[in-house]
Design a binder for this molecule. Structure first.
Ligand code: HMG
Ligand code: MG
Length: 316
């Protein structure tokens, strides 16, 4: 395997970064062929062993809306105590009940900054989504759970086009103020560019949120994700969502492709001398192993460059 990148620290970027791995959830939710639960379990165990501090495991959504994750109960039961510390998505009280039954300690709600995506992804209007999430967050907090909030379509929407920054800040802040500990700003369709990231983070700061309250969630559709991470780092955000091997997408957002690949993020941060705690070799081996199960090569440039030749998927 090639040596890790040469390190050229940036004096302005000295804070460690938390990589929030969403591969088992965002990465797999879009896969049309059902993946056996034991593969999902092994994926999660390997990602944790590679040093990822947070691994989002699955979603307690309606099984007919996302059939790939209909095995959420079985997966979490197989993971046992380990699974209880991994965040899971819950859209509503029914989802929360399912998560509570399994002893989950971290849940995430996921709202939309736009009317159209709220309807397509949640079957609710923009306003109705808050009524759906309010009892989820209240009950989760009463039960001692930690709650993350996502807001999607922060940088553009395939049906509505540009999304005004004030609208994104208004929705995001309202979701966060329900009682979340972190707000993840989603570029669901990967259209963001660096200046837009700076502008949005600044707007949230002006609205009273600290940089520590925010995470950034980039899909890499237009190849801008790493440049957007750099803008986020310069704006003071230290949590980045990424998906091992660059898998991902949203079944309810046309043109949503893979998430920022965790390996690409790790390579980039390592080169900048930013601490992240993840072992790149194990991660590449894991994504190469997963690609062989999915039957196609990983879209991650770093995985393709570093994958062990013997295990590389044919054509990869
Ligand atoms: P709905 O059809 O409006 O549900 O779906 P409902 O509240 O009308 O209930 C209808 C029936 O479904 C009821 O059963 C409920 O019990 C059942 P009945 O009484 O008729 O027998 N039901 C459930 N069953 C199991 N688990 C549940 C559940 N909820 C209701 N949780 C709903 C509304 C929100 C459930 C649906 O729209 C849904 O599941 N949506 C999820 C879509 C999704 O998962 N999208 C991908 C994740 S978001 C994303 O990827 C973006 C992100 O990565 C950030 C970014 O990139 O921007 C996070
Ligand atoms: Mg996503």
């Amino acid at each position: 395997m090639t040596e890790l990148p040469m390190v050229f620290p940036d004096a302005d970027l000295t804070k460690p970064v938390t990589i929030y791995e969403v591969g088992p959830r965002d990465g797999l939710q879009n896969e049309s062929a059902l993946i056996p639960v034991e593969i999902k379990e092994e994926l999660i165990r390997r990602l944790l062993a590679a040093g990822l501090p947070v691994v989002e495991a699955t979603s307690f959504v309606h099984p007919t809306w996302v059939p790939q994750l209909a095995d959420a109960e079985e997966l979490m039961s197989r993971l046992g105590d380990l699974g209880r510390d991994l965040p899971v998505l819950v859209p509503n009280e029914r989802g929360l009940d399912r998560a509570l039954e399994l002893g989950c300690r971290h849940v995430a709600i996921f709202g939309s900054a736009t009317e159209t995506f709220a309807r397509k992804n949640l079957n609710r209007s923009l306003d109705e989504q808050f009524a759906m999430f309010e009892p989820v967050v209240r009950r989760a907090r009463e039960a001692g759970l930690d709650v993350r909030a996502y807001v999607s379509m922060c940088f553009g929407d395939p049906w509505e086009g540009a999304v005004p920054i004030d609208q994104v800040v208004g929705v995001g802040k309202r979701l966060f103020d329900l009682g979340a500990s972190q707000l993840s700003l989603g570029d669901t369709i990967g259209v963001a560019t660096a200046g837009q990231v700076t502008a949005l983070v600044d707007a949230f700061a002006r609205a009273g949120m600290t940089r520590g309250d925010l995470a950034l969630h980039f899909h890499d559709t237009y190849g801008q994700a790493l440049s957007n991470v750099q803008a986020g780092l310069r704006a003071g955000v230290t949590t980045y969502d990424a998906s091992a091997g660059g898998l991902g997408g949203c079944p309810y957002a046309k043109s949503a492709t893979g998430n920022l690949a965790t390996e690409d993020l790790v390579w980039f941060l390592t080169g900048l001398g930013v601490d992240h705690g993840v072992d790149l070799t194990s991660l590449v081996e894991t994504s190469t192993w997963l690609a062989s199960h999915l039957g196609r090569p990983s879209p991650s440039a770093v995985v393709r460059a570093l994958q062990p030749v013997d295990n590389a998927h044919p054509g990869g």
